[in-house]
Design a protein. Structure first.
Length: 245
């Protein structure tokens, strides 16, 4: 399990992901879930992945191979970002079907899902969620974020804070709190966390951070959020029978 999210606001895009792929009593593995492809001045494409590690790695390997071989269609030849979402969906389906018989026999799950986001010169920034079945959806003005993996614990703060007018920096802080909330509630989501902040129309490498639990920025953010929650809780109205206490 894992948790990844992308946020689209008026001034840019934010991407965040954890790095845990397996967690047990004495066995924890971590792999990066964020993959950045940047051609300055031309296009920026970021992929987040969740689900079967074998499937996601195979898809990323194929994407890189098509770029190296200068295939007729690849990340650099697409004219629209939704074409890239469709392309990733096809590769995802291909890899799942390739091992279909073995999967049925061993009863393992090889499904994977992706978030595809970025900007192509002359087009607007976009984010898309690609399902294991190969189809995809985009974010909307009413819900300007997308999640994959263990998403329920980190959703409430996104619903309360994120809007089209939110700054990319505030959206990034919100994304980190969303990840932190998820890690507190589910051991299958864990550090290090990756964060990328892309400024709309810049067509440049996004600001990128990798944060461990001991990272000073993350420790301060976590501490202030926890203190703020406690202060807000203590200010909640008292019940009638508590008056005078």
């Amino acid at each position: 399990m894992t948790y990844c999210l992308a946020i689209k606001v008026n001034k840019g895009l934010v991407f965040a992901s954890d790095s845990r792929t397996n967690a047990g009593v004495d066995y924890v593995t971590t792999y990066g879930k964020m993959h950045r492809f940047v051609w300055p001045g031309e296009r920026v494409c970021i992929l987040l992945s969740a689900g079967s590690l074998a499937t996601t790695q195979a898809v990323i390997n194929l994407i890189n191979k098509h770029l190296e071989d200068e295939a007729e269609f690849n990340l650099r030849t697409a004219e629209h970002l939704y074409e890239i979402a469709h392309y990733v969906g096809k590769l995802n389906q291909r890899e799942q079907h390739l091992h279909e018989k073995a999967v049925e026999k061993s009863k393992i799950n090889v499904e994977a899902s992706f978030i595809v986001g970025g900007q192509i010169a002359g087009r607007a920034p976009e984010i898309y969620l690609v399902y294991p079945q190969g189809n995809y959806i985009s974010a909307s003005p009413e819900t300007p974020y997308l999640q994959i993996g263990e998403n329920k614990y980190g959703k409430p703060i996104l619903d309360r804070i994120i809007g089209q007018e939110t700054s990319p920096e505030d959206a990034a802080r919100c994304a980190l709190v969303s990840l932190d909330s998820t890690m507190r509630s589910n051991i299958s989501v864990g550090p290090p966390m990756e964060l990328a902040i892309y400024t709309a129309d810049s067509l440049e490498e996004p600001r990128h951070m990798s944060l461990k639990l001991a990272s000073p920025f993350y420790k301060t953010l976590q501490k202030r959020w926890n203190e703020g929650l406690k202060r807000a809780f203590n200010r909640l109205p008292r019940f009638d029978w508590e008056d005078g206490k």
